[in-house]
Design a binder for this molecule. Structure first.
Ligand SMILES: NC(=O)c1ccc[n+]([C@@H]2O[C@H](COP(=O)([O-])OP(=O)(O)OC[C@H]3O[C@@H](n4cnc5c(N)ncnc54)[C@H](O)[C@@H]3O)[C@@H](O)[C@H]2O)c1
Length: 286
């Protein structure tokens, strides 16, 4: 696999996407706003690769080759070298607008342009590219990117069929499994997953069962690998609440109603595993 990929934003998702692309043989330009942020992204890729090496899943030489394909860049001027541009900056429309106004102008006019947004409108983000809407789509990766195979390839209102074909081929080329979907709130995974977790929280608040019983019920009765409340602790209650709020606001449908208990727990700082406490106690942080 060859071809240069530019990744905008070197945080949790940007670093993971950069790693997946470099591991598949792409040269990767990794852009972020500060040298510190770029270095943090490279360090995250480095330690993830080291974990693969220590588990015997990757040769040391291959890990070094992957890292060598990663190039931190400060100047968007270099974007013209990329065939594919994937944006993973914070989930904030103003930031995405500022980034895409500059990035679309700097990118090769033939490049595939994609956003990793989870909950914003792909169609709206495409409008910030000023005329490149046809070659713009969503590429929604899942965290942690090196481990999770799915990518939702999201068709905006103006995305061309050719762009979706290119995006699917690109995704398969980096060893991921794409599904295609239209640009509707939550795409497929969050549209189904968030109400499922919310219903489990409503059931808990109504006293239907304990967290252990609710989770055990879904694990042993529905063959889920993880119960919905343990899953919510893993995702982060703040992240789940933000996604629930977005679905509720966009669909305006009571089936997406937000559990008051979820909001109270977030207000109390009980965010799940990352704070050491959520629906379960984890003893200490992490
Ligand atoms: N974290 C997840 O589980 C997850 C999963 C799927 C999709 N997403 C989506 O991925 C995107 C990124 O999320 P994240 O969790 O990686 O966020 P993050 O906060 O970890 O990383 C964002 C990065 O963008 C950088 N940034 C900020 N402004 C920038 C700019 N103007 N130009 C370049 N870089 C800039 C920040 O310095 C930071 O390094 C969001 O749209 C989010 O909704 C997140």
């Amino acid at each position: 696999m060859s071809g240069t990929v530019a990744v905008l934003g070197a945080g949790t998702m940007g670093a993971g996407i950069a790693q997946a692309c470099a591991a598949a043989g792409h040269r990767v330009l990794l852009h972020d706003i500060s040298d510190e942020a770029r270095q943090r992204g490279v360090a995250a890729v480095h330690s993830s690769l080291e974990r693969f090496v220590s588990r015997g899943k990757l040769e040391q030489a291959e890990a070094e080759a992957v890292l060598a394909r990663l190039q931190p860049v400060s100047d968007l001027g270099q974007l013209g070298e990329a065939e594919t541009v994937i944006e993973a900056v914070p989930e904030n429309l103003n930031i995405k607008e500022a980034v895409w106004r500059d990035a679309a102008a700097a990118a090769d006019p033939q490049a595939l342009l994609a956003t990793n947004t989870s909950s914003l409108s792909v169609t709206q983000i495409a409008s910030f590219t000023g005329g490149s809407e046809e070659r713009f789509c969503g590429l929604h990766f899942f965290n942690p990117v090196p481990m999770l195979p799915l990518v939702e390839v999201v068709r905006g209102q103006l995305t061309s069929a050719e762009t979706i074909e290119r995006a699917v081929a690109f995704t398969e080329g980096i060893g991921k499994t794409p599904i295609t979907c239209n640009d509707t709130p939550g795409f497929i995974v969050n549209r189904l997953l968030i109400p499922y977790m919310s219903d489990a929280i409503h059931a808990l608040a109504e006293g239907v069962g304990s967290p252990e019983d609710i989770d055990r019920a879904m694990k042993l009765g529905a063959n889920m690998p993880l119960g919905p409340l343990a899953l919510c602790d893993l995702v982060g209650l703040d992240v789940a609440l933000a996604a629930a709020e977005s679905l509720h606001a966009e669909f305006q449908d009571p089936k997406f109603r937000i559990p008051p208990l979820l909001r109270r727990m977030v207000q109390a700082g009980k965010l799940g595993r990352k704070t050491g406490s959520g629906f379960y106690d984890y003893g200490k942080e992490g």
